[in-house]
Write a protein of this length. Structure first.
Length: 254
């Protein structure tokens, strides 16, 4: 087996131990349970500890799962709760706007579509995270979430990022993106006008969790011919009301 793949397998094997033999294990116990050589166990644990997946108790010198594992698990639970809380409200939003409605989260420089309701009020996705993704910088739901990040976070995400020009309206460099995100932060909603696909336009607003963090966005999309100022003025209040209700259901208190 490839050395890198073997190392990954060994590391995951160690993490799995804590699901059945934890919550605390010594390095010796980890070696005995996995059958791995002491030096291999040491290297894997060092990486897991450095990255926050394991923590070492300073008194007993035993290891337990770190905060990063808890963070990952919480993110998954939050996503499922988000879908459940959002579903009836998004169906209502679609009925009021007669447009496609999307619920999305951010995954680094991509936006992930959790739920999509088409123009015929048919819920197309189940309560599973979809594999449908788009570059965040050229979608209203993605830009909405990017606008909540700090300048440091944005710089880290887009360091050496290659911007692809999908249409004439696509954002093609980091300075253009920062200017657009500043505008979005000021107005509290994001617009996409033919930035990823010709003939497509959308508007999106953020959804907040109990801590006041923008954990998702909901967007309304349509053919660009329908995307007039009048249409935006009509849709935006419904969109904002829906996002506020979802946020409240998730424990957000403004």
């Amino acid at each position: 087996m490839n050395g890198v793949l073997q190392s990954v397998q060994n590391t995951l094997q160690i993490l799995d131990l804590f699901a059945y033999n934890g919550p605390y294990l010594t390095m010796k116990e980890i070696g005995e349970l996995t059958g791995l050589h002491k030096s291999t166990v040491y290297r894997c644990i060092s990486v897991l500890e450095k990255t926050g997946y394991l923590e070492k108790d300073k008194i007993s010198h035993r290891y337990r799962l770190g905060l990063h594992v808890i963070h990952l698990a919480s993110s998954r639970i939050d996503a499922l709760e988000l879908q459940v809380e959002s579903k009836p409200l998004l169906l209502r939003l679609q009925a009021k706007t007669n447009c496609a409605v999307h619920l999305c989260i951010l995954d680094r420089t991509e936006v992930v579509f959790l739920l999509t309701i088409d123009n015929y009020s048919v819920l197309k996705s189940s309560l599973q995270i979809s594999n449908s993704r788009k570059p965040a910088h050229c979608s209203s739901t993605g830009k909405c979430l990017l606008s909540s990040l700090s300048g440091e976070e944005l710089s880290r995400l887009y360091k050496d990022y290659h911007f692809i020009k999908y249409t004439e309206n696509t954002i093609t460099d980091f300075n253009m993106l920062k200017t657009e995100l500043a505008k979005i932060r000021n107005q509290s909603y994001a617009i996409n006008m033919k930035e990823m696909e010709e003939q497509t336009a959308s508007i999106a607003v953020p959804v907040f969790n109990y801590a006041g963090e923008a954990i998702a966005s909901i967007g309304v999309g349509m053919h660009q011919d329908r995307f007039t100022d009048e249409k935006i003025r009509m849709i935006l209040p419904y969109l904002q009301k829906t996002a506020a209700e979802i946020s409240t259901n998730l424990g957000y208190l403004k």
